[in-house]
Design a protein around this ligand. Structure first.
Ligand code: AMP
Ligand code: FES
Ligand code: ZN
Ligand code: ZN
Length: 309
């Protein structure tokens, strides 16, 4: 397989784009495409102060790398979840983020959930009635709260995450299987700050396949954590990804079409009508962030649950 641009040896073949590129041209192509998407979906501009949520994985570190190359002002945010899994998952993830930041002279904000809120994610989960189950739901609520808070307190204009097309298509698949209209309405590459206190969010890598972000990280020599979160095993999202991959093998481009046509349908108003946002908009009395709860937000209530004996 030859590079379409220079005829040299191709490092990657993207069947859905009918495009093969060598290492050098691929490393140019990814940032150029990202810039195109940032503009097309009006994600942010060069004047904006950006906070990149980095997990230590390939996608978010690749995203930080691309944004810096494109000349954006982007700091990193790492949330220490306190997940061990027998191999120090969270500590190891932090090391990859810190190493990337140090090597490139970048600013990494670290919020350690255990130290800041008195309990790690698994400990917070133990305090809930569903404490015997996996901590993923508690983890999601906590990450969302902490990301927004860090972005708001640091006066960032936008918070960006490393979600790729495989992530987004899997979420869309789950939302569609269950016809979760509220979630469908809010799913997209940009989430506007709908209320004061909420920071706008964007996913600049949402049009790249997972293998494309992995190839970018590898070819750029970015060191990242290969391990998945130990709680991800058996997660529905992984199962959905497998199904979509089967589809993609038979029909290259299927994932991209599924997702892009969803965005088009949404633009045409397909999901706009039925959602009734009747909940009162309140401010959490503890962390001051917007919430639909009458007093404290879900995360603050979690943090304040008594510790089990
Ligand atoms: P996940 O929900 O694990 O698939 O991660 C999706 C995105 O959320 C990643 O690409 C990161 O941008 C962000 N993220 C996940 N975990 C963390 C973390 N511990 N700290 C900061 N950002 C994170
Ligand atoms: Fe949150 Fe796995 S439970 S990353
Ligand atoms: Zn080439
Ligand atoms: Zn709160």
């Amino acid at each position: 397989m030859k590079c379409k641009k220079c005829g040299g040896k191709a490092a990657i073949n993207m069947r859905q784009h009918k495009l093969a590129l060598c290492k050098e041209h691929y490393l140019d192509w990814i940032p150029a495409q990202t810039q195109r998407f940032i503009e097309k979906y009006k994600m942010f501009s060069p004047e904006d102060k950006i906070l990149v949520a980095v997990s230590g994985g390939k996608d978010s570190l690749a995203l930080w790398d691309i944004l810096i190359q494109l000349g954006y002002q982007a700091d990193g945010l790492y949330i220490g979840l306190g997940i061990d899994g027998g191999f120090g998952y969270s500590d190891k993830s932090l090391r990859f983020c810190q190493r990337y930041a140090d090597r490139h002279g970048l600013n990494l904000i670290v919020v350690d959930v255990g130290k800041t809120y008195g309990s790690t994610i698994p400990q917070l989960n133990d305090k809930t009635p569903r404490g015997k189950e996996k901590p993923c739901a508690v983890c999601g609520v906590s990450k969302r709260n902490i990301m927004n808070r860090a972005a708001r307190d640091g006066n960032y204009d936008v918070l960006v995450t490393g979600h790729n097309l495989d992530d987004e298509a899997a979420v869309l698949f789950g939302n569609t299987l269950n016809w979760l209209d509220r979630y469908l309405l809010r799913q997209g590459p940009v989430l506007e700050a709908e209320r004061p206190g909420l920071v706008r969010k964007a996913k600049p890598l949402f049009r790249f396949y997972e293998r494309e972000t992995a190839a970018y990280a590898l070819l750029r020599g970015i060191e990242y954590i290969y391990d998945e979160c130990p709680h991800a095993v058996g997660a529905k999202s992984i199962y959905y990804k497998e199904i979509l991959n089967q589809l993609e093998t038979k029909r290259p481009g299927a994932k991209l079409i599924f997702y892009l046509n969803f965005l088009k349908a949404k633009d045409r108003g397909l999901f706009a009508e039925p959602v009734i946002e009747s909940e009162a908009l309140n401010t959490c009395t503890s962390c001051g962030q917007p919430t639909t709860s009458p007093a404290k937000c879900a995360f603050c209530r979690l943090v304040e649950l008594p510790t089990p004996d």
